[in-house]
Design a protein around this ligand. Sequence first.
Ligand code: NAD
Length: 351
Amino acid sequence: MNNAEPVITLNRDTKKDDLIVITGAGGFIAGALTRYFHNQGFTRIRAIDKKPLPNWYQHVPGVENLCLDVSEKENAIRAVEGAVEVYNLAADMGGMGFIERFRIECLRSILINTHMVEAAYRAGAKRYFFSSSACAYNVTLQQDPHVRALKESDAYPAMAERGYGWEKLMSEMFCQEYWAERKFETHIARFHNVYGPLGTWDGGREKAPAAICRKVIEAKEAGKHEIVIWGDGTQTRSFMYIDDCVKGIDMIMHCDKLIATPINLGSNELIAINDLVSMAEEIGGIKLERKYDLGAPRGVAGRNSDNTFIKQVLGWEPNIQFRQGLAKTYVWIEQQYADRKVGKHTVEDHA
Ligand code: NAD
């Protein structure tokens, strides 16, 4: 079942020259999504981000790139003009270090979805996608590293992660009510930690896989055989490779059974941070002495994705093995690191 193609028929009524709008496209996931649709042969894609164009992680040929802050109503309206499908992935976000420190910034992303969903509805778009997060789940269910995987109903009774998680849950609710009250077709995926090449790897917004790869590379470079790990290393997570993420977004958006129905989009391969460090060491061909920073942000003790529902509706779940995806990510970060050393531009210079 794992690798099987969908058992249900996806609603592929979008024409190749229909206008697809993707927000957050200067960043990691929406940048990859833009490339994915371009590779699928879509000829009219509008990519949007508030970052100035030279700072985008990738530029996809033939795509209309607009620099707009869509937390402002007028910009949201401009963004969706003529859109048939809207993928809203713009958010002020980052790894644990960012979302625990900047809760207000995270909460303010509520303005993005609030304006985007209304603008998309008024513009007569056919479908709307919202990128939610596993941080929307009740934190009291995530206090043990050996967690029971989170299923969709575990978001309620609500006790989301402060700041970022509450914004996601509230924005989900907006999307659900646009369907309930106005029959505007919305789709909502709860991503569980996404990683891969062309993601953030330095600067404070990076997530654990990229941060650990970078630390291993730095230790090798410095000849200092030591690594600092946030928390005690027993905390667990699942990590989804970027290729699985964009494929999942496409399937979720085009599944009629998933209208206004939040669904997990994540791997269910549970990894302890200590094991992630061991894998990165093995890929880098080095063994490091571990120092644990118990005062650093560590997030919930454990979190995994229960994929029963996605397997049931799509006959598919993210299935790229973590070890395999991490190796690709490591090689990419190593190259970025080398490029930066000789003064070449890297993704981080563009953040
Ligand atoms: P990212 O930071 O790489 O990309 C987000 C982009 O949104 C950035 O380029 C940023 O400049 C842009 N943005 C922020 N505010 C904006 C605004 N007002 N107007 C226009 N653009 C704006 O992050 P990502 O990892 O690619 O995440 C994409 C989406 O997926 C976000 O909604 C995020 O919350 C969600 N998500 C990501 C993960 C993950 O592991 N990366 C996990 C759960 C959910």
